[in-house]
Design a protein around this ligand. Sequence first.
Ligand SMILES: Cc1cc2nc3c(=O)[nH]c(=O)nc-3n(C[C@H](O)[C@H](O)[C@H](O)COP(=O)(O)O)c2cc1C
Length: 229
Amino acid sequence: MAIQDLRQNYTPEPIDPEDLSADPFDQFTAWFDDAQQAGILEPNAFTLATASADGTPNARTLLLKGIDDAKPAAAEPGSGGDKAPDRGFVFYTNYASAKGEELAANPRACMNFYWDTLSRCVRVHGSVTKVDAEETAAYFKTRPRESQLGAWCSEQSSVIDGREDLMLKFFQLTEEYPDETPIPVPPTWGGYRVVPTSFEFWQGQPSRLHDRLRYLPDGGAWKIERLSP
Ligand SMILES: Cc1cc2nc3c(=O)[nH]c(=O)nc-3n(C[C@H](O)[C@H](O)[C@H](O)COP(=O)(O)O)c2cc1C
C-alpha cells in the first residue's frame, strides 16, 4: 500500500478528564499497566529527544528502567527541611555517547511513548540529572552478564572499524571475568533521571479530533488543561 494511503481510524472511548488522576505519575502508571496488559512488546520503549548546546536536535529509542512513582513523604515537623528526592523516569546508557554529551551541555529532554494498539501517546518534558552511583550499581547488577560485558565493550556513538573488534573485546572480557566473577560498572555507564516539568496524555479519536490532556505544575500540585488536537 502506498505510504500516503496508510491510515488508521482511532476509536477508543474519549478521555473523561474526571477520570484522570490528579497525580500525572499515577496516570502514567495506569496507562503503562494498560500497555502491558495489551501485550505491547516493549511498552517501556520511548523516544528521547535532546538538543546540543547550539540547539541541534537529536532523538533515539531507549528503554525506561524505573519510575519514581512514590509520593514524596510529608516533611516531618522539625526534620531540618530535607528536600524530597526528585521523582522521575530513569533510563541507563553511556555517559560519553552522543546523548550523554548533549545532556551534559543541555540537561533538558523530552520523552515520547507511543502505544500503537491503544492509540495512546505520552509526552514528558523535563530536566535531567544523573542517577547516583549506588543506584546505577544496584541496577547494573540485575542485568544479564552478557549485557554487563556489552556495556564495557561499547564506546557508544564512537566510530569503529567493524564488529570483529567488538567481539574480540567481548571475548577478552569473558576471560577476564569468568563464571560468577562480579563485573564492575564501567566508568562511563550509568543512569539518567528525567524530572518532569510537564506531561501530555494523548489518545486518538475519530475524525482526528484527538484527546490531549496536559499536566503542568501548579503551586505544589498539577493543573490539567485540554489542548486542541
Ligand atoms: C528498542 C530499543 C531500545 C534501546 N534501549 C537503549 C537503552 O536503554 N540505552 C541505550 O543507551 N541505548 C538504547 N538503544 C539504542 C539507542 O537507540 C541508540 O542507538 C544509542 O543509545 C546511541 O544513541 P546516541 O548516539 O544518540 O547517544 C535502544 C534501541 C532500541 C531500538
